[in-house]
Ligand binder design. Structure first.
Ligand SMILES: Cc1cc2nc3c(=O)[nH]c(=O)nc-3n(C[C@H](O)[C@H](O)[C@H](O)COP(=O)(O)O)c2cc1C
Length: 380
């Protein structure tokens, strides 16, 4: 009996829950492949995400999907900021569903880390000027999010309300596009994290200073999405469990925020990543190694694992991510109760059929292997 290949139910506000066929989830991964720069996913996204669904993953998430054009990391990012973008997303979710997987979208705003190059073909990963297709960026403050990036404009309270609306409008489009789950991107130094972390947020209004103020934006976004996102569909979030910087956002703040989001703001899935900023000396010391972020997931799970709010039934789902690459490693994290699901990133870039391979390694009988039937002759 493999835990990794047992189904999991993500609670929903209507009480029914969404069943996912297994606990191998795809972590969102930017592909910088919208060559037309219009935010509309391309055949690349269909082929890439389609192969992951064929490969047996339970939940397949598309990359950071911008809720505003200025919220793209690069001009080649996918978006859901207008109606023209919905149809091609729908093609992708239809295919993911045809393979028995759940389709997730990560709604994102890069804030002060927007308007950068993809780095493809040896081009820059730094800030792009207007003549290179770049734009002016926004953040909680004027502090550069990463040294060397352009100085962002500090959003006014009225502008913050506009960002909250953008998340809700994108969520409504995500529903139209057939996504089953939204993951709010609140990690990795992007806009929401720029509000959460005192490393960047130096505001003195109701969005800065105290922890309650710094977490206001994410709570407002969750509430606004909840108003338009069906009660039958789970709402998730990705957080950076810690900045790994003294005086920054830390794991205890993450545990408190997670508990509040689950109890009062309709969140039932938390993916626990980390990092995104550098310290005052321009560096950050992250203890990177196998499953290095799993202890952060364990702390969040201890805070939220046994209750959910909003009328939802079951346990909030917590997923661990980061250098979890082997089937038995993933299985152990689940059986120890460190997390409820595993998000896989780079290992799935190397092997889009990672889930099928992992099921085989864990001796899941061939007929229960989630790999697409057409590939069964491959010896799973
Ligand atoms: C090519 C690439 C693109 C990524 N894009 C995103 C993204 O869009 N959103 C996000 O939250 N994380 C992104 N990440 C981080 C991954 O989701 C994941 O957290 C990270 O790679 C660690 O997991 P892994 O060791 O399994 O790869 C990206 C990572 C890679 C390698």
């Amino acid at each position: 009996m493999s835990k990794l290949f047992s189904p999991i139910t993500i609670p929903t506000s209507d009480g029914d829950g969404l069943e996912v066929r297994n606990r191998a989830f795809i972590a969102p991964m930017c592909q910088y492949s919208v060559t037309a720069r219009d935010g509309i996913p391309t055949d690349w996204h269909l082929a890439h995400l389609g192969s992951l669904a064929q490969g047996g993953f339970g939940l397949v998430s598309i990359e950071a999907t911008a809720v505003e054009a200025r919220g793209r990391i690069s001009p080649e990012d996918v978006g859901l900021w207008n109606e023209n973008q919905v149809e091609t997303h729908r093609r992708i979710t239809d295919f993911i569903h045809s393979q028995g997987a759940v389709a997730a979208v990560q709604l994102a705003h890069a804030g002060g880390k927007a308007s950068t190059g993809s780095g493809f073909g040896g081009t820059t990963t730094g800030s792009l000027d207007e003549d290179q297709g770049g734009w002016d960026t926004v953040s909680s403050s004027t502090r550069p999010t990463v040294p060397g990036l352009k100085t962002p404009h500090a959003l006014t309270e009225a502008e913050i309300a506009g960002v909250v609306r953008s998340f809700a409008e994108a969520a409504a489009r995500a529903d139209e596009a057939g996504y089953d789950v939204i993951q709010i991107h609140a990690a990795h130094g992007y806009l929401i994290h720029q509000f959460l972390s005192p490393v960047i947020n130096d505001r003195t209004d109701s969005y800065g200073g105290s922890e309650e103020n710094r977490t206001r934006l994410v709570r407002e976004i969750a509430d606004a999405i909840r108003e338009v996102w069906p009660a039958s569909k789970p709402l998730g979030i990705r957080i950076s469990g810690t900045d790994w910087i003294a005086g920054g956002w830390d794991i205890e703040a993450s545990a408190r925020l997670s508990e509040d989001l689950v109890a009062h703001h309709g969140i039932s899935w938390i993916d626990v990543s980390s990092g995104g900023f550098v310290g005052p000396d321009g560096t950050v010391d992250i203890p990177v190694g196998p499953a290095y972020q799993a202890p952060l997931a364990a702390r969040v799970r201890a805070a939220v694992g046994h209750h959910v709010g909003h009328g939802a039934v079951g346990h909030a789902v917590v997923s661990a991510v980061g250098l979890i690459e082997e089937a038995d490693q993933a299985e152990t994290i689940l059986t120890l109760g460190t997390a409820d699901a595993i998000s896989i990133g780079r290992a799935a870039l190397r092997d889009p059929h990672w889930a099928g391979s992992a099921a085989k390694a864990l001796r899941v009988p061939a007929r229960q292997n989630p790999i697409a039937e057409q590939f069964a002759r491959g010896g799973w």
